[in-house]
Design a protein around this ligand. Structure first.
Ligand code: ATP
Ligand code: MG
Length: 344
């Protein structure tokens, strides 16, 4: 498969030797995310702040590049000096959302979910100037400011994936003059892996809530990895088995299920997003404008005539995933079986 360049080195730590230190003097700000033991400590940010003495990030890692930047924070490639291995380190403000992301990732282990290794807090944010020629360093608040008002940053150490996401993969395919003949088979394989990851995430009572090509990456040997658990939620039902109320409009609008705009929804929002991703994987779309029009139509179960003729089976599945009512959409498990049957 014509794929983005692989990361320099992607290693797996079968039995992770990364120590989760909570009190050592040289790495004072590391916190375990074991929910049973350290959850309370993690919530109590002031306990962590009081032990701050230095930066674990610069002492343990050589920062080798920048992978992403946004309102959320930054993602860097960094070589862990002790192991001589490359990782991705995401640095975000230590908000409740960030803690949720790290906790969720630490509970998930699946070939199609980006692997989590460790996380820790620091009271400074690493600033890089990769590509600008200036030096990199730390921005920390002035030492005579009130330490309790200083922001804390959460460093999440993860498996390093290719720098090009599924969004890049799709964009590249869309640049070819004709509908690429291999695209169908490759799209099916990619979708099957995403669905396996989503089935696993749902089996852990989690909802990803922000599935989209920019949040789907590739690991070693082109294995698909679902990342960005920044909006992950736990699926909890109340005593009557009803879905709990949630924050409205969490997610990326174009992939959002209709019920995601309300405050009561469950894991089927992820299945809706998968319907749009499957369509986008298969069908050559030439511009953002065309995409917006096609997505709006797809949300109303309308597809280009040529699409339904070229991909009749896929179109039927996509229509099911894009059903307005969540209960009419297949579960990830059912979709996985369906895809296996038609891939055979
Ligand atoms: P959030 O949605 O939490 O506010 P975000 O969408 O900006 O944040 P991510 O999607 O986690 O954050 O990361 C941003 C980008 O960084 C990704 O699109 C990807 O290009 C890159 N990236 C993130 N994690 C990794 C990783 N483990 N390996 C390689 N690249 C990564
Ligand atoms: Mg993202």
């Amino acid at each position: 498969m014509d794929r983005p360049t692989s990361p320099d080195k992607i290693h797996s730590l079968e039995s992770s030797s990364e120590g989760l230190t909570t009190s050592s003097s040289d790495i004072p700000m590391t916190v375990s995310l074991d929910p049973s033991s350290d959850q309370d400590k993690f919530k109590n940010i002031e306990n962590i702040r009081s032990t701050s003495t230095g930066s674990r990030f610069t002492s343990d890692f050589d920062v080798t590049g920048k992978l992403g930047k946004g309102g959320f924070g930054r993602v860097f490639t960094a070589r862990k000096k002790l192991l001589d291995k490359q990782y991705a380190v995401k640095i975000v403000r230590a908000t409740e959302k960030a803690q949720r992301e790290a906790k969720a990732l630490s509970d998930l282990q699946h070939p199609n979910v980006v692997r989590y290794y460790d996380c820790w807090m620091e009271d400074s944010k690493y600033r890089s100037n990769f590509g600008s020629g200036s030096s990199s360093g730390f921005s920390s608040s002035s030492s005579n400011s009130n330490s309790n008002s200083r922001p804390l940053y959460l460093y999440i150490m993860m498996e390093l994936c290719c720098s090009e996401t599924l969004k890049h993969w799709i964009n590249k395919r869309n640049e070819t003059p004709l509908q690429d003949s291999q695209r169908r088979a490759q799209s099916l394989s990619i979708l099957q892996q995403i669905v396996s990851g989503v089935e696993y995430i749902h089996s852990k009572n989690c909802i990803h809530r922000d599935l989209k090509p920019a949040n789907i990456m590739f690991g070693k040997d082109d294995v698909v990895k679902i990342g960005d658990f920044g909006l992950v939620a736990t699926e909890i039902e109340d005593d009557d088995g009803n879905l709990m109320k949630r924050t409205k409009e969490q997610g990326t609008r174009s992939y959002m299920a209709p019920e995601q705009m309300t405050d009561t929804y469950g894991h089927k929002v992820d299945m809706f997003a998968l319907g749009l991703i499957f369509f986008e994987l298969l069908w050559k779309i030439s511009s953002g404008h065309e995409r917006a029009k096609l997505f709006a139509d797809a949300r109303s179960q309308r597809f280009p005539e040529e699409f339904s003729q070229t991909f009749p089976q896929e179109c039927r599945i996509i229509k099911l995933l894009l059903c307005e009512q969540p209960e009419d959409r297949p579960s990830a498990g059912a979709l996985k079986l369906e895809l296996e049957n038609y891939a055979a």
